[in-house]
Design a protein around this ligand. Structure first.
Ligand code: GLP
Length: 244
């Protein structure tokens, strides 16, 4: 694991942005795995700025998002489809047909997951997978469980995740209890994994991910087995690592 620690959230985000930009410049037809949540927001803002400044062209890029809430329509204000449109895709030039996000309204969600995996395999896998980190160390929506699930699947969200994500939903609005998520296999088969975690709320998860055993109860710990992973942290997220 290549672990990079920055003094502020802004510096961490800029470092992650540069890694993504370098990937797109090196390989304009890159297949990017993208994440939602508050952590990637400053990264997406910087990518938009770089695109608007003429530095980055996404016209050949293909994207696959990690996950989507089951039961939310693509236009629902809290769907990840809408999140990605409003926070990234509105400001860069990935062609509409090159953007992929699991369909939360699929009538057969298991089949939707199978088809999603097959599409990623057909295109040759992900060049770069961007990940955030759940406070319970989930990646995508791969929640702590008795075993890792290789393929993309429908998952029941833990109470912790539901309460952590409640802030994105309106008052009184129910948070979905299930989601469709990329499984561990397509994440582990990405050529490069870039995980970004910021803030003290992630410090315990960061420590277990890096210093604990590889354990399906700590889903992100599987990244210890990945040959090319970069972990970008701010000082708060890194604060519980030994030696700090
Ligand atoms: C959600 C997403 C994850 C994300 C996590 C952390 O649960 N499914 O992919 O990493 O939130 O979110 P945040 O960055 O807001 O802390």
């Amino acid at each position: 694991m290549n672990i990079c620690i920055y003094s502020s959230v802004e510096q961490a985000a800029s470092a992650a942005t540069l890694l993504i930009a370098a990937q797109v410049i090196k390989k304009p037809q890159s297949v990017l795995g993208l994440a939602t949540g508050s952590t990637p927001l400053p990264i997406y803002r910087e990518l938009i700025q770089m695109h608007k400044g003429g530095l980055l062209d996404f016209s050949k890029v293909v994207t696959y998002n990690l996950d989507e809430y089951k039961g939310l329509a693509p236009d629902h204000p809290c769907s990840y489809k809408r999140f990605m449109r409003e926070n990234l895709f509105c400001g860069i030039n990935v062609p509409q047909g090159s953007i992929h996000i699991p369909n939360g309204l699929a009538s057969d969600a298991d089949n939707e997951c199978l088809a999603y995996d097959a599409a990623i395999a057909r295109i040759g896998g992900l060049d770069l997978q961007l990940l955030g980190l759940g406070a319970n160390a989930h990646i995508g929506f791969n929640e702590p469980a008795a075993q890792f699930t290789a393929h993309s699947h429908v998952v029941q969200l833990t109470d912790r995740t539901i309460s952590d994500n409640r802030r994105f939903f309106g008052e009184g609005e129910p948070v979905p209890t299930h989601a469709l998520t990329l499984g561990i296999q397509p994440i582990m088969q990405a050529k490069h994994v870039l995980l970004v975690a910021t803030g003290s709320g992630k410090a315990d998860a960061v420590r277990s991910m890096i210093e604990g055993d590889v354990d399906p109860m700590v889903p992100a710990s599987i990244l210890q087995m990945h040959p090319c992973v970069t972990i970008v942290l701010d000082a708060d997220a890194a604060s519980k690592l030994s030696g700090r």
